[in-house]
Write a protein that binds this ligand. Structure first.
Ligand code: GLC
Length: 570
């Protein structure tokens, strides 16, 4: 397999794997690298050729591997370095590339650097982190400032027995590292080069938006919550020094290598600003992973709302995709995705469990032919959907959710409201075991005590084996659709040709056209009811369709629930 074309990600279909729940090869209840290895043929046959594997480094798993305690070692739960080398080699044999999920904003508090920093305040490692003195107010010691973190109330944790605090914008077991320290940066460059020298095809750069902090550590002027804290991302997201750090990372690690970097820039960056990172001519990394198209239904932070209040805002969704397209298509490459391990399942988010088959097919059709490198989240190819738990505690294997629940209870939300919200929005929804067949644990593991149980709908046909048997299944549709997307002619149209929305003000339909010499159009109904769509073109070829017959009368499509087309027009 030739893996050496430049900008190869323009011909790639990505697939995101959450290793803990993908496939357990040794029956200990945890997914592992050999589990991924045993599914490489499945992935190749599906048509994907680029894997992003969530973190596999040594970790106490406070945040499921995003808390790394040793970057040089593989987490024994997942296997050994030999297993990883073997997985990489076997993937490459099949024409599949691998991105490692590289966490460089923080380490685990169990990392040797942090342990040294705690034990010896005069050690160089102390300066790898942000230690600051607390403030004395009315004889009580308070954190150095009013910053709130993503997972906790104050973003500072006191070092027991001292008046020192350390910064952690995520869990208190994940202290932030100080990228303004050149010695620290050097350590990260060494780690990156170690894996690149091994032959990994690049990195997904976790939480990369946050590497630069406001080093004055002044209080945020925004309105604080009742505890006196406020999440003010301007204090630690996409700050000017970030762009310098990433340029240095490029010069020291990426230059001259044919690798891909996908940086998580989060929800607080404009496409224009993101170009400082991903512009082809002067940027430092290749793809800026933003959150703008993930929550366009009012679900984010929707605690207290009813399920009926959550409705996809199709106009907003289209606007957001086009905003990034317009800023990027001449200057930068782009990632495309519906879901990752931090979001609810897309069938539950933008589709419908009732119309699982139709909506899963509609969503992949809509995504695949937009401008960018698509990333499919494991299980989307069989229409996996959200859990339906009864108690908040069932979500507590995710610490971020656990701390959220404590806050919501304090604010007076009932457990019923909390569970309804979590069943809709929690990230655990996307972390349940991959559903391979209808045997115990969905065929994911032979163990008795899983940390995260399989979604019981695996016995109702939501599993790979059942989907393989049915020619009209979601899985077979995905395979067919991916194959179309990878067709060289179509890939050229999608990657290099123009793109425009059709009927941009239609509130229910997402339709777009590649108006080049070969005209490709996607028409997708995002509703669970029939809608009408006026169509003035002549169909040359229906290339993908999720219903059995075409319903068009006098230039008007009558689109059934989640009906979707990829067509070539004259
Ligand atoms: C990123 C990861 C998320 C993790 C956080 C802290 O947002 O995607 O899963 O919790 O960073 O590392």
């Amino acid at each position: 397999m030739d893996l050496n074309t430049s900008a190869w990600w323009l011909n790639s279909i990505g697939y995101i794997i959450y290793p803990e729940t993908f496939f357990d090869s040794n029956g200990d209840g945890v997914g592992d690298l050999n589990g991924i290895l045993s599914k490489l043929d499945y992935l190749r046959d599906l048509g994907v050729n680029l894997l992003w594997i969530c973190p596999i480094f040594q970790s106490p798993m406070d945040d499921n591997g995003y808390d790394v305690s040793d970057y040089g070692a593989i987490n024994p739960r997942f296997g050994t370095m030999k297993d990883f080398d073997n997985l990489l080699a076997e993937a490459h044999k099949r024409g599949i590339r691998i991105l490692l999920d590289f966490v460089l904003n923080h380490t685990s508090d169990q990392h040797a650097w942090f342990q040294k920093a705690l034990q010896d305040p005069s050690s160089p490692e102390r300066k790898f982190y942000f230690f600051r003195k607390g403030k004395i107010v009315d004889g009580k010691i308070l954190p150095p400032n009013n910053w709130k973190g993503f997972f906790a109330s104050s973003a500072w944790e006191q070092v027991p027995g001292t008046d020192d605090f350390y910064l952690h914008i995520f869990s208190k077991h994940m202290p932030d590292v100080d990228w303004s320290n050149p010695t620290l940066r050097e350590e990260y460059f060494k780690i990156a080069n170690y894996y690149l020298d091994k032959g990994v095809d690049g990195f997904r750069l976790d939480a990369v938006a946050h590497l630069a902090k406001d080093l004055s550590f002044s209080d945020s002027a925004l309105k604080t919550d009742t505890s006196g804290y406020v999440l003010d991302t301007s204090k630690f997201s996409n700050r000017p020094e970030l762009f310098d750090y990433l340029q240095e990372f490029k010069n020291r690690c990426l230059q001259g290598r044919n690798v891909l970097t996908v940086g998580e820039v989060g929800g607080n960056i404009s496409p224009e600003e993101a170009l400082k990172i991903c512009d082809r001519s002067y940027g430092s990394i290749n793809l800026a992973f933003n959150f703008d198209t993930v929550w366009n239904n009012g679900n984010y932070g929707s605690i207290g709302k009813k399920d009926e209040d959550i409705k996809t805002d199709v106009l907003l969704l289209k606007r957001n995709f086009m905003r990034w397209y317009n800023a990027d298509h001449e200057k930068a490459d782009m990632p495309l995705y519906w879901c990752n391990h931090d979001h609810p399942r897309v069938v539950s988010q933008y589709g419908s469990v009732k119309y699982r088959n139709e909506s899963a097919k509609m969503l992949i059709t809509t995504l695949l032919f937009l401008y960018g490198t698509p990333f499919i989240y494991y299980g989307d190819e069989i229409g996996m959907s959200n859990v339906q738990f009864a108690k908040p505690e069932q979500f507590f294997s995710d610490k971020a959710t656990e701390s959220g629940v404590a806050e919501w209870r304090k604010s007076g939300f009932t457990d019923e409201q909390i569970v309804a919200f979590l069943n809709r929005a929690a990230r655990l929804n996307a972390r349940t075991p991959m559903q391979w067949d209808d045997t115990k644990n969905a065929g994911f593991s032979k163990a008795d005590n899983l940390i995260i149980l399989a979604n019981p709908n695996y016995v109702e046909g939501v599993n790979v084996q059942k989907e393989m048997e049915n020619p009209y299944s979601i899985l077979n549709f995905f395979q067919f659709a991916i194959n179309k997307r990878r067709d060289a002619v179509i890939n050229d149209i999608v990657s290099y040709g123009p793109l425009e929305l059709i009927d941009p003000n239609h509130p229910d339909v997402f339709a777009y056209l590649h108006p080049g010499s070969q005209k490709l159009m996607v028409i997708s109904n995002f509703r669970s009811f029939d809608v009408f769509f006026t169509f003035y073109y002549e169909i040359a070829d229906v290339m993908l369709h999720n219903y059995g017959d075409v319903k068009i009368v006098n230039h008007i499509f009558q689109l059934r629930p989640f009906e979707s087309y990829l067509i070539r027009i004259r």
